[in-house]
Write a protein of this length. Structure first.
Length: 245
């Protein structure tokens, strides 16, 4: 089953491609209105369309109208504009649903499957979950499936209980901070680019994470895991990303 994704943010494209592929979809992406219209006019077949409203050379409404002239394929808008006017306009142009950024991947998947069912299409079965996947997609994660406790600087991470301890006291992490810590631990010694981390955070959490949010998560995680005089737990590789040694 093929998804036509129109989005100008390469990070969102990459994250959605990963998530949709895991759900059994094939993804064809365009980053501009012009490119998208060329694909629409080429009679390419798609089973569902995800379209951003604001594009560098136009808007998603134009693409939606062009699709509707040829097909009744389900269309969902992805956009940062969540006011009533934009919602009504999207639906009036022929969209089947509308989801505002930031959004949760699980919610988006549920909406995609809902519009497909309403259209009478067969929804693909979810692909098998990949346990302990390394963020890079290659090699073997640094922490094996049987590991229970891992030392992170002067902190101890218990993978069974999900607790982080220092000197007998628990360090409380948010769910996003904990997922980020797991990503570093599972890829210890590897240089992780910001894009790789963004993709992994999106995939694991089911939430949209942008570049600025990632910076905040890393800063908060460092503050909780490092005390004055400690060696850095997470090292910054300027201009590229981060590494946990």
């Amino acid at each position: 089953m093929r998804v036509f994704l129109v989005e100008d943010d390469p990070i969102i494209i990459e994250g959605l491609k990963i998530a949709l592929t895991q759900e059994g979809f094939e993804v064809e992406a365009s980053m501009s209105m012009t490119e998208a219209l060329e694909k629409v006019n080429s009679e390419a077949h798609f089973d569902v369309c995800l379209i951003d409203v604001m594009l560098p050379d136009g808007d998603g409404y134009t693409i939606c109208r062009a699709i509707r002239e040829k097909s009744k394929v389900p269309i969902l808008f992805l956009t940062a504009c969540d006011d009533e006017v934009h919602t009504v306009l999207a639906l009036e142009q022929g969209a089947d649903d509308y989801i505002a950024k930031p959004f949760r991947i699980r919610e988006l998947m549920a909406r995609i499957k809902a519009v497909l069912r309403r259209s009478g299409a067969e929804v693909p079965e979810k692909a098998a979950e990949t346990a302990g996947r390394a963020v890079t997609g290659t090699g073997t994660a640094s922490v094996g499936p049987d590991a229970e406790k891992v030392q992170v600087g002067h902190n101890e991470l218990n993978l069974m209980s999900g607790r982080v301890m220092r000197n007998g006291e628990e360090i409380f992490l948010t769910s996003a901070e904990y997922r980020l810590l797991l990503t570093f631990v599972r890829n210890r010694g590897r240089l992780l680019t910001r894009r790789q981390l963004l993709n992994d955070m999106w995939d694991e959490s089911g939430e949209f994470v942008n570049d600025n949010t990632l910076t905040v998560y890393v800063r908060r995680l460092r503050k909780k895991l490092e005390e004055e005089g400690d060696e850095p737990v997470i090292n910054t590789v300027r201009g590229i990303g981060y590494r946990m040694d």
